[in-house]
Structures are given as structure tokens and as C-alpha cells.
Design a protein around this ligand. Structure first.
Ligand code: PD2
Ligand code: ZN
Length: 286
């Protein structure tokens, strides 16, 4: 047996992959290679390596999933460490590809955080979430915070922050829902959920009339709680510590669990936790 005969040529590689995809048993592939002169152990290794490389290079089959849609997010190709967003420098602290999660530093100034809290406080009510059956809203035991919504562009401060977010995430300002403020007291939490609207629920078509699906979420931390309150991504064991002025962004290209964007707000153990959430839709939110 010469060295040349023990080499995986492109033709042999293709043949091994074709046999595997046709459901051929590995021992039959090895047997055929032995018949054409391969040593058994070398043939097994060659077959395994070929199939391992092939699987690594093949994207996962998403043909059963709903189609992917464009999502917000800054261009990260040049691996920047600071992004100038409408004249305000924002630091890139952490990025993850799957799920797509980005942690920003210094998105809001201390004065902006205090300003948002002061504007929101008199209007806080026990939080409601969307009622899946009707598309209306309901008080939900899974979310034990107090909350309120600003209208888009309601104050100069809101406009400044919305323009910064639109520039940072390269997504039209008009596609954003009004900013939501949440205050969690000790013991309060937001149990893990997805922010997209589940297509199986009967109320979803009505919700989608106002700008399509949600495709991204930006949670901005308005204070640093004394204890607890991390934003968690249980599918991947990721926890983001809430730090005043920082923010966590995540996007989801389809309304599906395969995005791994299940996330929650862990219970606050001491002090309060305040956040501002901006949800981004596919189209103008009306
Ligand atoms: O406050 C949070 O950390 C949090 C967690 C999960 C906020 C949201 N979801 C949200 O506003 O959607
Ligand atoms: Zn959420």
C-alpha cells in the first residue's frame, strides 16, 4: 500500500459523506475502503475525520423553523471597544453570538438615570404583561415589579435617549415601543420568559398589527441594586450584573426558542432595582 492510496482525496471525501447521508452503515463504508486497499484502522480514522469536519462546517438545519428576519444591532465586524452613538461614547463590555447578547457600558449618564427615575416614580403601578389570549394586559404573578410606560418622544430626555439607542442599534427610532420603567423592591423578580410574541397564542395577530414582531430588547440599568437582580439567560447560564448606566441588549431573528433568548430578572435581595426597557419592532410601532 502506497502513501498515495491512504490519502483522502476530494472524491473519496465526497463518497464517504454521500454514503453517510444515504444511511449506509459505517462498517460497510470501512469494508468498501478495505476492499480498495485501505488498512482497517486507518480507514476508520479517515471516515471519522471526514464526517466530523463535514458536520462542523455544515450550518444547523433550520428548515423547520419560521424564517429569520433582520434584527437591530451595532456593526461589530471591526471589533470596536467604543461606539459613538449620536455623540455619546458607549463601551462594549461583552458580546455573545448565540444568543446574540451585547453588554454596553456607560449607555446612560448618572443624571439621565436619575432623571428617568424621577419622571417615572409618580406614575408607577403594579406591572402588567400582555395577555396572550386577548392581546390586552393583565397583572402577572411572574413579574412582581412596579412599572410605567413613557410615550415615544414624551420629554427632551426621552428623545435624547431614544435617538442614542436608534444610532447605537442601527434601528429606526419609530420602530421602538415607548420606554418602559420597572422598579423591583426586595424579593421582586421577573421570571424567565421570551420577549417576542408567541405565534401560537390567539391574541398575537392583534399585537403584531402595531409594528410586527419584537426583534430586540435593550434593558438599561438605572441604579446598582445592593443585592441580586441580575438579568439571566438560563439557556446558556449567562448572568448580567445590573450596574447603573450599563445595559444589556439581545436580539431574536425569529419568534422561536431556538434563539436561546429566554431571560429573566433574578430576585432582588437587598435595596431596589430600576430598569428602563426599550423593545424594538420589525416596523414602525404605532
Ligand atoms: O429587569 C430585568 O433584568 C429584566 C429581565 C427580563 C427585564 C425584562 N426581562 C424586560 O423588561 O423584558
Ligand atoms: Zn424580558
Amino acid at each position: 500500500m502506497t502513501q498515495a492510496q491512504q490519502t483522502i482525496t476530494p472524491e473519496l471525501r465526497r463518497w464517504i459523506i454521500d454514503q453517510a447521508e444515504a444511511g449506509c452503515r459505517p462498517q460497510d463504508v470501512v469494508q468498501a475502503m478495505q476492499t480498495s486497499g485501505w488498512n482497517e484502522g486507518v480507514a476508520i480514522k479517515a471516515m471519522e475525520n471526514t464526517l466530523r469536519e463535514h458536520l462542523a462546517a455544515t450550518p444547523p438545519d433550520d428548515s423547520d423553523l419560521p424564517p429569520a428576519t433582520p434584527v437591530p444591532g451595532p456593526p461589530l465586524g471591526a471589533a470596536p471597544s467604543v461606539l459613538q452613538s449620536a455623540g455619546h461614547p458607549v463601551t462594549l463590555l461583552t458580546t455573545m453570538k448565540h444568543p446574540r447578547v451585547i453588554v454596553f457600558g456607560g449607555l446612560l449618564t448618572d443624571a439621565e438615570c436619575s432623571g428617568l427615575m424621577a419622571l417615572a416614580e409618580p406614575r408607577l403601578l403594579r406591572s402588567e404583561t400582555v395577555d396572550n389570549a386577548t392581546g390586552g394586559s393583565e397583572v402577572n404573578a411572574a413579574r412582581t415589579s412596579d412599572g410605567m410606560f413613557f410615550e415615544r418622544g414624551e420629554h427632551a430626555l426621552i428623545r435624547t435617549i431614544e435617538e442614542r439607542i436608534a444610532a447605537l442599534l442601527a434601528w429606526p427610532l419609530e420602530n421602538g415601543e415607548g420606554l418602559q420603567i420597572l422598579r423591583y423592591r426586595p424579593g421582586a423578580e421577573y421570571r424567565p420568559h421570551h420577549d417576542y410574541f408567541d405565534p401560537v397564542h390567539s391574541g398575537t395577530p392583534r399585537i403584531l398589527e402595531r409594528g410586527g414582531q419584537r426583534v430586540g430588547t435593550l434593558v438599561m440599568y438605572l441604579n446598582t441594586p445592593e443585592g441580586g437582580g441580575a438579568t439571566t439567560f438560563p439557556d446558556v447560564g449567562l448572568e448580567i450584573a445590573p450596574v447603573r448606566g450599563n445595559a444589556v441588549f439581545f436580539s431574536y431573528e425569529r419568534a422561536h426558542t431556538s434563539t436561546k433568548t429566554l431571560h429573566g430578572g433574578a430576585p432582588v435581595t437587598a435595596g431596589e432595582k430600576w430598569v428602563a426597557t426599550k423593545w424594538l419592532r420589525q416596523r414602525e410601532f404605532i
